[in-house]
Design a binder for this molecule. Structure first.
Ligand SMILES: NC(=O)c1ccc[n+]([C@@H]2O[C@H](COP(=O)([O-])OP(=O)(O)OC[C@H]3O[C@@H](n4cnc5c(N)ncnc54)[C@H](OP(=O)(O)O)[C@@H]3O)[C@@H](O)[C@H]2O)c1
Length: 284
């Protein structure tokens, strides 16, 4: 069993998940992407992050196919933590009912484990929270959360009736993007909300960092293992690296076994110093 994070409800989730951005965009890549999702489930990934945005529903459809196949082979639904996201323009009760129904149909599921507002848009947060509550009453979603919310957005959210029931905030957080550590992450810890770290490998570009590569070679691990192990070591942080190659999936999974000594942490700190003053949240 790898590391776990705890949601505010006290439910524990695996601390490492899988992203699906840019999947389901082209029929030419569908077979390879489906095979990658199946491989991920075989390796042990149980948290799968997707969105109605990705491939205009295509990623959700692929995830649904992979889940159906894996469940036919014995994977139990209860083991899975399926995350999807609603677009801001749909984030009011009527729009969320329609969007969530489409997402459930594409995933082939009766319930999503975690439904996120993809980013803050023009709809008042109160309407979005109402929408999440209606979906929970219908048992279409178990938990809800947000994404790309900076600390002021989070403060606004918890000031809305029902807003403090938010389970997670999914933001860009990596060795190179350490802004959330200054204020957002400590604030979220007070509310016991895990931070889902997207682009944990900076879309792969982090892996070209010479110092990280050199350190990884010395330790006999891959650069991705180091980058993900550092995130996992932050506590209550759930990175969701995307990988569509089995070798990448396995390397990333191995990050759970990669322990960082105090010297390793100090070296990473030198290679990727945290910002000294507040930086606004970066968004992809
Ligand atoms: N909420 C939001 O607004 C938001 C925004 C962006 C992303 N996300 C979520 O976060 C997930 C992760 O972010 P991301 O996909 O943008 O970037 P990422 O996970 O930082 O990087 C993915 C890229 O890194 C490569 N890669 C992965 N593991 C590797 C390894 N071990 N060695 C070498 N290359 C490796 C992948 O290549 P291959 O595919 O070729 O294996 C892919 O090109 C997304 O998929 C999505 O689910 C959410």
């Amino acid at each position: 069993m790898g590391a776990l994070v705890m949601l505010p409800s006290a439910e524990e989730w695996p601390a490492l998940g899988l992203g699906t951005a840019r999947m389901g965009e082209s029929p030419a890549h569908a077979a390879q992407e489906l095979a990658a999702l199946r491989a991920a489930l075989d390796i042990g990934y149980r948290v799968i992050d997707t969105a109605e945005l990705y491939g205009d529903g295509g990623a959700e459809t692929l995830v649904g196919r992979a889940l159906r196949e894996a469940m036919a082979d014995g994977l139990r639904r209860e083991e899975l933590c399926i995350v999807s996201k609603v677009l801001p323009q749909h984030a009011h009760p009527a729009g969320m009912l329609e969007a969530c129904e489409r997402t459930l149909a594409r995933l082939g599921l009766e319930c999503i484990d975690l439904y996120l507002l993809h980013w803050r848009g023009p709809v008042p947060l109160k309407d979005t929270v109402d929408g999440f509550e209606i979906l929970q009453q219908r048992h279409w979603i178990r938990h809800w959360g947000v994404s790309n919310f900076d600390i002021d957005d989070m403060r606004d959210l918890v000031a809305v009736p029902g807003g403090a029931a938010c389970s997670v905030n999914q933001v860009w957080y990596s060795l190179n993007q350490r802004g959330p550590e200054l204020d957002l992450l400590p604030w979220m810890r007070l509310y016991e909300m895990p931070l889902m770290a997207y682009c944990p490998l900076d879309e792969g570009s982090l892996l070209g960092h010479a110092g990280l590569g050199e350190m990884a070679r010395r330790k006999g691990v891959s650069a991705s293992e180091l980058a993900l192990a550092w995130l996992l070591a932050q506590g209550n942080v759930l990175p969701i690296p995307k990988a569509s190659h089995a070798a990448h999936l396995r390397q990333n999974w191995a990050a759970q076994r990669c322990t960082l000594s105090p010297d390793d942490k100090a070296e990473l700190e030198r290679l990727f110093p945290a910002p000294r003053s507040r930086v606004p949240l970066m968004m992809r």
